[in-house]
Design a binder for this molecule. Sequence first.
Ligand code: SF4
Length: 332
Amino acid sequence: MAEILAVRDLALGFHTETGQARVLDGVNLTVRPGEIVGLVGESGCGKTTLAGAILGTLPKSITWVSHGSVSLAGADMLAGNGAEEVRGRAVTFIPQDPFASFNPLFRIGTQVMDLMRWKSPRRRPGRRFYSLARRRADRDAVIAMLEAVQLPQPARLLQKYPHELSGGQRQRVMIALALLPEPRLVIADEPTTALDVTVQAQILGVLRRLAVERGVAVLFTTHDLGAAWEICDRIVVMYAGQTAEIAPREEFFTAPRHPYTRLLLRSLPEEGRHPVGIPGNVPSPLAPPPACRFHPRCPRATGICRSQRPVLGGASGHLYACHHPEEGLLDA
Ligand code: SF4
């Protein structure tokens, strides 16, 4: 099946006084229609920069793109060809912190309807035409979507200010807004990080159910492997700006091949054993280790790991970039 999103060999970064910092260096990733793909890795591995590249909203601090491509619903997001047309329509975004996305001075309903007016196909340059009938239809659609994300009394909720909603309610509103344009892909950037555990499970359940029901693909960035287990079909592991491993969910959790993935899984808390941390830190993009960027932390590193960069290879949809892959989980 043709991908809705394809990132191929993407490398980008920023200039420094001494050269170039490579924030992303050879990232590969695909998302097929209706699929939920988890993008996991430690803080600083490049997940948020990659989400910006996919949306065509890279920060100004990123000053060069050396090679690679980002194709999203037929648009070239790096060159900007068609990016405006797909952003907010074919692809939408759920932020990590929904509170920061609302203006605290206006009611939820005012802000939501402003957004609907902006998205109305009747809008013309220099003149906004938003008929009463269209406004009523949009309001009905908003209320139906708020019900779909299991928010009770949606009409009353629209009258409230952002601070009157709980974190879970605000994130449900964000999910509703992301799904309203009937997108083909939703990028969810750590959408449950700011929520407590029980609310997290509810939000993940709502997101998974609606994505499956509506056939929407989701790219779900997270550092929480438990959340990835809950909702993902496939998982992509990033390390220091590179793709380390791509695997179907079951294989990822039972038969990881990349040493970094194996160590990540061993660091999960589990009944009956203490989690074991990964020694060392994620390297800075200003001075990443040569060849395999994981080699200073890897228990399996040999000479070739320090001199030759491993390429992404494998079979049957399970890919990994490692000179010495192993199968199975590590013992505690
Ligand atoms: Fe470890 Fe070498 Fe594989 Fe890198 S290539 S993850 S250093 S074994």
